[in-house]
Design a protein around this ligand. Structure first.
Ligand code: CU
Length: 150
């Protein structure tokens, strides 16, 4: 009788686990970078973008965003050019959650006042597992492009 072959999936999983190692595999390890808000046209609504990096071996979930500058902050994704509100975003283990123009974005509504270039908007990100993170989001020009820095 032939021995059953070891499934390739099991092998790959074992290798991935071995590669993780150490304490970082026990929890999500989140940090935020590249946050910005393009100066909005009016005080009605503004968009915000950032990247959340997870160096840990456990996935997490962004479950809410709040800011003193806005009455409400909602999370949106973009599907076939149309945005829709979502209640959470996954942050994969050893991965990133990216908010960028034309894709996932934060929507600031009921702004206390119109954000102007040079201002900083304070945000608080809440996650399913990790503790909350605070972000100082700079307000950039209305046409700011993160890849050129202008
Ligand atoms: Cu939106």
């Amino acid at each position: 009788m032939r021995r059953p072959a070891v499934p390739a999936v099991a092998l790959a999983g074992a290798l991935a686990l071995a590669g993780c190692g150490g304490s970082d595999s026990a929890a999500a390890d989140l940090s935020v970078a590249a946050s910005y808000m393009p100066q909005p046209v009016s005080a009605d609504m503004a968009a915000g973008f950032l990247t959340i990096t997870n160096e840990g071996g456990t996935k997490d979930e962004l479950t809410s965003v709040t800011s003193d500058a806005a009455g409400e902050v909602t999370m949106h994704d973009t599907v076939n050019g149309a945005m829709e509100e979502v209640t959470s975003f996954p942050v994969p283990a050893h991965g990133r959650l990216v908010f960028k123009s034309g894709g996932n974005h934060l929507m600031f509504e009921k702004l206390k006042r119109k954000p102007r270039q040079g201002d900083t908007i304070a945000l608080r990100l809440t996650f399913a597992k990790s503790g909350p993170l605070t972000v100082e989001m700079p307000v950039k020009s209305a046409t700011y492009n993160p890849s050129t820095g202008h």
